[in-house]
Design a binder for this molecule. Structure first.
Ligand code: LLP
Length: 419
C-alpha cells in the first residue's frame, strides 16, 4: 500500500501531481511519500508489538536521506549503520547513540574508535579478530563496548546471489560451528560486553521459511552459549523481509513475519533487535524520469529515458524489476525496451516490457525505488547526482539537491606538473 496514484489522469505523490515536481526540480528525481513511509514504519512496528522486548534499528543503507531518517527517528526507530558516514547521519537525524547498531564486515580502526567515543549501543562483530581489536581499543579508553557476534548460519535465503549473505561461502559472520568458542573467548576480554548474537541471511526474501530456519538455529546456539555460562541478553535478527516489485506479486506481510518471530522466540527471554530496510522504504519512493526519445528496435522500440543505471542501479546489478508507468497514461499499451542514456548495454531497465504508451517528452516513473535507489546513485558518464524530494500531503520539499557535474568537476585538480 502506498500513496502514489492516478488522480484526474495524472500520477500523484499524495496530493501533489508529479508534473509539478518535474517542472520545478527537473528529471530524473526521486520522490518519497511521507505518509507511505510513516505507514510502513508503523505497520512494521505494530507487527512486532506482541514481542516482550524489542528494538528496531532501520537499515540506513536502504535510504540514508536525512529527512527519511528524521521521520523514522520520530517513529521511535534506531539505526543499523555500516560506516562512520551512516553513523553521523543517524545521529544528525536525532537517533541516540545507544539506539544505533554498528554492522559491517570491514569497520576500520578509525571507525571503531569514532563509534566507541560516540557511545554506539552495539557493535556487530563479524570476526574474532575484529572483536579482539575492538576490545583493546575500548579497554585503552576505559570503555566497554556492547557487542554482538554475527553468525553465518549457512542457510540459503533463496534470493538473488548478489544479495544473499547467510551461506557458509559468503563473507559475513563467523561459522556457526565455531561461534560458541569465539563468543566465549570474546566474552572474557576486558573492553567488550558480549550481549548478543546477530544474523542476517540476505535481502528481498520472498519466503519466511529460510528466516525461520536461521532463527531456529540461532536459538539453539543461544541456549548452548548460555549453558556454557555466558550472558546473551539480546538477539539481533537482521532485516531481509522482501517487498513486491511487480503489481500483484505476493509477499509475506509484516504481520506474518511478526507472528513467525513471536512463535520461534517465545521462550528466548531476550531483547529482540531488527534491522529492516527495504520493507520500510521500498514502496515509499519512485524515480520520475522523462522520455528523451523513442527509437525503433529489432523486435520492439527502445524507450530512452533520462534516468540511467547511475541513478537506479538495481536492474543493471541484480536484473531487478521496477514497474514503469506513465505519469499521464492514455490507457494504450506498447511493448518496449526501456533504456537509459549511458554508453553500455547494462544501462537497461527492461526488455520487451508491456508498458503504457509513451513518447518523447512524456514523464514516467519507476515504482518501488525508495530502497537502494538514490543511495546507490553515482555520477558515471559525468552525469549529475540525482536529487530527492519528499511529499507531505499537498506540500513538498527538495530533501537532497541535484549535484551538478560542474560541482564534481570543481573538486578535481590538475597537478602543476601536468600543466
Ligand atoms: N542488516 C544487515 C546486516 C544488512 O546487510 C542489510 C542489507 C539489512 C539489515 C537490511 O536488509 P533489508 O531489510 O533492506 O533487506 N542493494 C541491494 C540490497 C543490499 C542489502 C544489503 N544488506 C538491492 O538493491 O537489492
Amino acid at each position: 500500500m502506498d500513496h502514489f496514484e492516478i488522480r484526474n489522469g495524472v500520477l500523484h505523490a499524495e496530493d501533489v501531481p508529479l508534473t509539478e515536481i518535474a517542472a520545478t526540480v527537473g528529471t530524473p528525481v526521486y520522490v518519497y511519500s511521507r505518509a507511505t513511509l510513516t505507514r510502513h514504519a508503523r505497520v512494521f512496528r505494530d507487527a512486532l508489538a506482541p514481542l516482550a522486548r524489542s528494538h528496531i534499528a532501520f537499515a540506513v543503507k536502504s535510504n540514508p536521506n536525512l529527512a527519511v531518517l528524521k521521520l523514522l527517528a520520530a517513529e521511535g526507530y534506531g539505526a543499523d549503520v555500516v560506516s562512520a558516514g551512516e553513523m553521523d547521519r543517524a545521529m544528525a537525524a536525532g537517533m541516540t547513540p545507544e539506539s544505533i547498531i554498528f554492522s559491517g564486515v570491514g569497520k576500520t580502526r578509525r571507525e571503531l574508535v569514532r563509534a566507541l567515543e560516540a557511545g554506539i549501543g552495539q557493535f556487530n562483530l563479524e570476526s574474532e579478530e575484529e572483536g579482539v581489536e575492538l576490545a583493546a581499543l575500548a579497554a585503552e579508553r576505559g570503555l566497554s563496548a556492547g557487542a554482538a557476534l554475527r553468525v553465518n548460519p549457512d542457510v540459503d535465503a533463496g534470493t538473488h546471489g548478489k544479495i544473499s549473505t547467510g551461506k557458509a561461502e559468503n563473507k559475513f559472520g563467523v561459522p556457526y560451528d565455531r561461534a560458541g568458542g569465539i563468543y566465549a573467548r570474546l566474552a572474557a576480554l576486558r573492553g567488550l560486553q558480549m550481549r548478543a548474537l546477530a544474523v542476517h541471511i540476505g535481502s528481498q526474501l520472498q519466503s519466511l521459511a529460510p528466516l525461520e530456519s536461521a532463527f531456529v538455529r540461532m536459538g539453539a546456539l543461544m541456549r548452548e552459549i548460555r549453558a556454557a555460562g555466558h550472558a546473551v541478553s539480546h538477539m539481533d535478527l537482521g532485516g531481509g523481509v522482501g517487498v513486491p516489485y511487480k503489481a500483484g506479486e505476493e509477499f509475506p506481510s509484516p504481520e506474518a513475519y511478526g507472528a513467525m518471530v513471536a512463535r520461534v522466540t517465545a521462550d528466548w527471554d531476550a531483547t529482540l533487535m531488527f534491522e529492516p530496510g527495504r520493507v520500510i522504504t521500498g514502496n515509499s519512493g519512485i524515480l520520475v524520469t522523462e522520455v528523451v526519445r523513442v527509437k525503433p528496435g529489432v523486435t520492439c522500440p527502445f524507450v530512452i529515458v533520462d534516468a540511467a543505471m547511475n541513478d537506479l542501479a538495481r536492474p543493471a546489478l541484480y536484473d531487478a524489476w521496477h514497474d514503469f508507468v506513465a505519469v499521464r497514461p492514455s490507457g494504450e499499451r506498447m511493448l518496449a525496451n526501456i533504456v537509459g542514456p549511458i554508453c553500455e548495454s547494462s544501462d537497461t531497465f527492461a526488455m520487451g516490457r508491456d508498458i503504457d504508451v509513451v513518447q518523447a517528452g512524456d514523464l514516467a516513473a519507476f515504482r518501488t525505488a525508495g530502497a537502494y535507489g538514490a543511495t546507490m546513485a553515482n555520477t558515471y558518464n559525468s552525469r549529475a547526482l540525482v536529487p530527492e524530494v519528499m511529499v507531505d500531503g499537498a506540500r513538498w520539499a527538495v530533501v537532497a539537491d541535484r549535484i551538478e557535474p560542474a560541482a564534481i568537476l570543481a573538486a578535481e585538480h590538475v597537478p602543476d606538473w601536468l600543466e
